[in-house]
Design a protein around this ligand. Sequence first.
Ligand code: GLY
Length: 364
Amino acid sequence: MTNPPLSRRQLLGSAALVGAAAFLPADLAAQDSVPSTAPAGDGFVLVTSANGLEAAKVARQALIQGKDPLDAAIAGVNVVELDPDDVTVGYGGIPNEEGVVELDAAVMDGRTMRAGAVAALTGVKTPSKVARLVMDQTDRVFLVGAGARRFATAHGFPDENLLTEKTRKIWLHWKNRLSDLDDWIEAARDADDPDVKRFLEKYGREYFRPQGTIHMSVRSAKGDLVGVTTTSGLFFKIPGRVGDSPVIGAGLYSENGVGSAGSTGRGEANLLTCGSHTVVEYLRDGLTPEEACLRALKRIAEKTHLVPRHRDEKGRPKFNVNFYCVDAAGRAAGAALWSGSKYVVGDAGGVRTLESAWLYRRDA
Ligand code: GLY
């Protein structure tokens, strides 16, 4: 059964708050969000997360040269996977609690409805390439841990150290100050290290440990829809923890004729609602990309983490989730639970960073 398209006011004002009323602000319907939907175009359109500006430039060039859209998207995110300064993705990602970098990635091809994914993969700087091989070179969708590693080795990926000197120091600082009850002692000089200081300035005040990621969805000039998501996941995670990024339907979903969507942010909240699939289903129902993203976010706000430790004094989520989406017509949007997020759009006219739509204003 399909629903008629909703205007933003109807969307935000719909009565779907039942069941989560204790945690949602009574005035959610009165909130509004800044417009963010990028205009539709006849040519290719890509949408990616705010850390994907350089990735968008690379993917855009590949698309201008007529390359396959999934190859273009993977080439784009490879830039960020290989960048040791992005501590949320690939090489130089923040490790798990034992100091080991475990990476998650997935690709989906809306032309064939095939997908490939890897999780808790070690020693490969570009897990998106391994995810692509799972899609192309196996009859399976998802490989994890030691099996994913052996698959990567079989395909010629060396086992490399993904921990940089910077992330080793950041991890050691976290480990040393974790508890007064263990054998690890915080040295005063640790926190003075410039790399540690910069890390704490950028991420230290977050309530939940952050989990950066890059997602890119592409709608090619022919109208084909593909996506890729790649991440090092939650900082200092329990070994083996997997978030939403490599889970098809949660971290990304692409279907020709409908749209492609992906996510960044608190993976557990998105896992519990299969968020990217939800966004694409809302597109199928006739919502615009921005409406579809906001409605999926609203479902997260209503349905997940309904316990006080995940909610502020007004009942709002303390975490953030972002969606990125492009529909079959080439309209792109980004939206987040909280104001202040950005996303990047690329098309024949160039690459630009835009303000994401949102459900909750940060300073309200
Ligand atoms: N969204 C990325 C993660 O939670 O791992």
